[in-house]
Design a protein around this ligand. Structure first.
Ligand SMILES: Nc1ncnc2c1ncn2[C@@H]1O[C@H](COP(=O)(O)OP(=O)(O)OP(=O)(O)O)[C@@H](O)[C@H]1O
Length: 276
């Protein structure tokens, strides 16, 4: 469980990025922060692994204040996936994935063997192991980024707009894949996105953010869609996709899909992964 307790962040130039933010992110769940640019999503995410230190308040992991933990060990114990993949361009895929385990003291041969297994886990062909990142597609690079984040078997996975740079079709595939991985591995996941339909497709808990790191609404996708807290939320979830209102529809196989105002599916709510 991750807990933000009355957290504020004022940067050195005076910008108040987050103000008195409190929230519990339950273990083994995916919590998605969604909101417009500058609403403090990345700042909050980076407080979990102490890449940003709060000005006041606490961030706790399983009731331990992260401020009391060794920063380097903490960072290596938490998976982190960035928009650009964050891969090291001069290292082969297999070495990118094996880097953190080797830093953590795992033998090189074992770390490389584990890296191949992780390629399987994220649905990539092992033949890609010897390539360099630039020799992969954007979607493949993101999968390697996820494999690398999983390499130290972290309990927590932080994902900052991880699918922002890939085209919509690949992005939808990666969302489905992430749901599968989540069902399989049960990591406590914190995910940042601008995209409401992406948030609804992958979240157990959605946090809609206003400017200044303030919460507009927290709830399951179904709760938020059924009862937006106010006009801001209603506009945000409707206006984000060309004013096409999102709503839920039950499919014949029992799964629930998010559908836009033109009747096009915008995402999937997965209760029963076998049913997908
Ligand atoms: N190092 C910094 N120094 C000063 N201000 C900062 C710094 N980092 C972020 N900010 C400011 O804090 C606010 C929140 O930024 P943050 O990156 O958390 O927002 P975000 O919701 O993740 O935005 P985006 O979706 O554009 O990534 C913004 O006003 C931003 O300009």
């Amino acid at each position: 469980m991750i807990e933000f307790r009355n957290v504020s962040k004022r940067f050195a130039d005076g910008t108040l990025a987050v103000e008195d933010f409190s929230l519990v992110l339950p273990s083994h769940m995916t919590t998605v922060f969604v909101g417009s640019s500058g609403s403090g999503k990345t700042t909050l995410l980076r407080m979990v692994n102490r890449m940003v230190e709060p000005t006041s308040g606490q961030v706790l992991i399983d009731d331990v204040d992260v401020a009391e933990l060794d920063r380097v060990k903490l960072r290596r114990s938490i998976g982190y996936v960035l928009q650009a993949g964050g891969l090291l361009p001069h290292r082969r895929v297999v070495d990118n994935i094996a880097t953190v385990p080797i830093l953590n003291g795992v033998k090189r041969s074992k770390a490389r063997a584990d890296a191949l297994l992780l390629l399987d886990t994220v649905g990539l062909d092992r033949e890609l192991a010897e390539r360099y990142p630039s020799q992969l597609s954007g979607g493949q690079q993101q999968r390697v980024g996820v494999a690398r984040a999983l390499a130290s078997d972290p309990n927590i996975l932080l994902m900052d707009e991880p699918f922002g740079a890939v085209d919509p079709i690949v992005r939808a595939e990666l969302q489905v894949e992430l749901n599968r991985l989540h069902d399989e591995l049960g990591k406590t996941t914190v995910f940042v996105t601008h995209d409401v339909s992406e948030a609804f497709a992958i979240a157990d808990q959605v946090v809609i953010m206003r400017q200044g790191g303030r919460i507009a609404q927290v709830g399951t996708p179904a709760e938020i869609l059924a009862a937006p807290a106010d006009d801001f939320v209603a506009t945000f979830i409707g206006a984000d996709r060309d004013a096409r209102r999102l709503h839920l529809e039950e499919r014949p196989d029992g799964a629930t899909i998010v559908v836009d105002g033109d009747g096009r599916p915008a995402g999937l709510l997965v209760d029963d992964p076998q049913g997908v």
